[in-house]
Design a protein around this ligand. Structure first.
Ligand SMILES: Cc1cc2nc3c(=O)[nH]c(=O)nc-3n(C[C@H](O)[C@H](O)[C@H](O)COP(=O)(O)OP(=O)(O)OC[C@H]3O[C@@H](n4cnc5c(N)ncnc54)[C@H](O)[C@@H]3O)c2cc1C
Length: 330
């Protein structure tokens, strides 16, 4: 089974964002990415934000925020985030919903590969936050690419008419289960919490899809198989059970900086965060980073936003130096 990500071309996806080379590509549209986009767009830089989902970041999970300056009344994290995104869009930044799975950053034109398309930019700001996790489930690391996957759009095709498992509780897990239900024979959605925490719309779509079987309070304990996935061992309050699946798609959250799509291109600290200087520059020229993905002690919205602004200003300076002329200011 070849499970190299199968990336569709823009002829296949019709994704217009693939056709141009952007001045700035921001990976991640949380407070760091949205603020970077706001500053870049206001500096008349063509700006694309590639984000895997509105509800997938840390700010989106915050039930209440009351310490963001200038917003004295308690606000839901998702509302504050939507305002930030709308502000960036108001100045011309474009947002595309896609999960970045690979990035090639060393060259003059940087290439960012998502599950739905390939995007090119002269600079990149990495702002993917820190809700990632290490591959800690027994069998997970060994069978990655052999039935263990993190991207249904990339690998779902390989499991046509087979039984698969998806684990997670968020919008992302629900969406991927629904996507897989169109291809696979059946989908076991293993929800580690007492109920799915995806949006009501997605929860009702999942509940009404005959091909998706939801197992609540179900923890993925082990991925079984030698050369390829042959099943999963699942812990439930009633005891353990084994499901004979050919593929397992993981959408679990942790507290680690999300850098898996970068391979080893950018320098990281001992704790896994990206190393940047005080202008947000990473170890690769033209690549900047901001927010929780950066190695730092304090993870807060105000810090993520400030680092997003800093990174965008540094990207603008970098482009100006390369062009030898300043971009027109708005
Ligand atoms: C429950 C909770 C409550 C909190 N409460 C507060 C609070 O009250 N006040 C406060 O100041 N801070 C709070 N924080 C911390 C704050 O939310 C974070 O510090 C802040 O959101 C970090 O911003 P960020 O943009 O770096 O990352 P995030 O907000 O995590 O955004 C990252 C974005 O990157 C996207 N992304 C990730 N991987 C990919 C990929 N591969 N491809 C494309 N997109 C990707 C995600 O979809 C997401 O939109 C809280 C955090 C949590 C978890």
């Amino acid at each position: 089974m070849n499970q190299e990500p199968r990336l569709p071309s823009h002829e296949e996806t019709g994704n217009p964002a693939e056709k141009e080379v952007f001045d700035v590509i921001v990976i991640g549209g949380g407070p760091a990415g949205s603020t970077a986009a706001l500053y870049a767009a206001r500096a008349s830089l063509s700006t694309l934000v590639v984000d895997k989902g509105t509800a997938a970041g840390a700010l989106a999970l915050a039930a209440r925020v009351s310490n963001y300056p200038g917003v004295p009344d308690e606000v839901k994290g998702i509302e504050l985030l939507e305002r930030m995104r709308a502000q960036a869009q108001g100045f011309g930044a474009r947002f595309v919903e896609d999960k970045v799975i690979l990035a090639s950053l060393a060259g003059e034109t940087k290439e960012v590969r998502g599950a739905k398309g390939i995007y090119r930019g002269r600079t990149v700001v990495v702002a993917t936050g820190a809700l990632g996790r290490a591959r800690t489930i027994p069998g997970e690391e060994r069978l990655t690419g052999r039935g263990v996957s993190y991207c249904a759009a990339c690998d779902g095709f390989f499991f046509r008419d087979q039984e698969v498992a998806v684990t997670g509780t968020t919008d992302e897990a629900a969406e991927e289960a629904l996507f897989l239900a169109k291809l696979a024979k059946s989908v076991h959605l293993l929800v580690p919490t007492p109920k799915l925490t995806a949006s009501p719309r997605l929860t009702s779509l999942v509940d009404s899809d005959d091909r998706v079987q939801v197992h609540v309070n179900a923890r993925l304990r082990e991925v079984l198989g030698d050369a390829k996935v042959e099943g999963v061992r699942v812990g439930t309050p009633q005891g353990e059970k084994t499901l004979p699946v050919a593929g397992v798609f993981l959408y679990l959250q942790g507290r680690e900086p999300i850098t898996d799509f970068l391979q080893d291109e950018l320098a990281r600290s001992d704790t896994g965060g990206l190393v940047v200087d005080d202008e947000g520059r990473t170890s690769v020229s033209g690549v900047f980073a901001a927010g929780d993905v950066v190695a730092q002690r304090l993870r807060q919205v105000v810090i993520a936003a400030a680092q997003g602004a800093t990174a965008a200003v540094a990207a603008e300076r970098y482009l100006t130096q390369r062009r030898g002329t300043a971009p027109t200011k708005s």
